[in-house]
Design a protein around this ligand. Sequence first.
Ligand code: NAG
Ligand code: NAG
Ligand code: NAG
Ligand code: NAG
Ligand code: NAG
Length: 339
Amino acid sequence: MAYWQKGTWLIVGVIIAIIIIIVIVVPVEVTKANRYPNYSKLQYSLADEYSGSTFFDNFDYFIGYDPAQGFVHYVPREQATSLNLTYASETTAVLRVDTSVGPGSEPDASTGRFSVRVESKRQYDNGLFIFDVKHTPYGCGTWPALWLVDPSNWPDHGEIDVMEAVNQATDGNQMTLHTTKGCSMGGVKRKMVGSSLQGSCYNGTNNNAGCGVDGPTDSFGEGYNAADGGIVAMEWRDQGIRMWQFGRNAVPADITSKQPDPSTWGEAAADFPNTDCNIASHFRNQSIIANIDLCGQYAGGVYAQSGCPSNCTDYVANNPTAFENAFWEFGAFEIYQAK
Ligand SMILES: *[C@@H]1O[C@H](CO)[C@@H](O)[C@H](O)[C@H]1NC(C)=O
Ligand SMILES: *[C@@H]1O[C@H](CO)[C@@H](O)[C@H](O)[C@H]1NC(C)=O
Ligand SMILES: *[C@@H]1O[C@H](CO)[C@@H](O)[C@H](O)[C@H]1NC(C)=O
Ligand SMILES: *[C@@H]1O[C@H](CO)[C@@H](O)[C@H](O)[C@H]1NC(C)=O
Ligand SMILES: *[C@@H]1O[C@H](CO)[C@@H](O)[C@H](O)[C@H]1NC(C)=O
């Protein structure tokens, strides 16, 4: 009898404990899952504008071996100009892959094709970046990106990929962060249209895939270009990093009038809130980079899956005219900073 009573009390005690846990822990977890930064309106003013025939004066040309093991020779400015791989006029700036060197050329492209990687001379610690992107590069073997990084301090100062795709770019635009340990988007509340790929931004997980967000098919490549591109905006502040894409016919008036106000733009394409990632400590001193890599870790790695012919390096070496769509065309880059 005494034992029976003790047992009953034990059961009652366990049930009460479970109820207490549910009552306390569930709301805490729900609150955590509902945490969201206060993206209150900031007053932005124009700090830098890269545009017109001096567009490329704002950049250093990267030369030397490709850090991403691509099948590419990044050329210095003089060579890029003489090969017309970079070209800027009053209204437009073009950065392209060489389409002239074939198997019979001297030298040929058997060790990689000529391309360009430019890195802004200025570094940034936050801001609102408005990129006018008229044409995105695509085609088998290509790995183009428009991104921000501190090349001398990766991954310590973070990496922000604003536009990225590989091969035929049929998967749409990928927007991704890469960081050191302690930055995750998994399980946190986000307000965005794009679909989340991986949660962890830490470069040591998922083979450095980063925490990516995928846009719709026509956010990069053939469909994007056919619609004359548009504006890609990236806001980087302590509360989080957000990116938007606006088609050419849907650019908000406040962007056109150079008074951009993201608080009026509606849901972002990608939202990387600071809930489980200290943005201020993970992202610093970043240059704006535009490049077109060929093959390498990413485009080479998924080359066959992308439905591309032969193998990546053979195709790139021997088919110069296959790269006629492998060019970026930009209008202006505007960088705003909060007052
Ligand atoms: C968000 O921040 C702004 C500016 O600091 C403040 O005025 C506003 O009350 C905050 N909103 C919330 C919901 O905390
Ligand atoms: C260089 O490229 C630009 C942009 O595509 C083009 O308009 C121009 O005609 C090219 N110049 C030469 C010399 O091929
Ligand atoms: C900022 O980045 C530039 C370019 O990578 C680098 O040369 C410089 O050392 C960096 N500065 C700091 C303080 O990290
Ligand atoms: C991640 O970054 C560390 C440096 O912090 C580096 O040693 C490591 O090789 C990187 N891992 C990958 C997969 O890039
Ligand atoms: C790529 O294809 C070429 C031509 O068929 C072949 O000679 C070469 O060995 C292949 N390379 C690899 C890495 O498969």
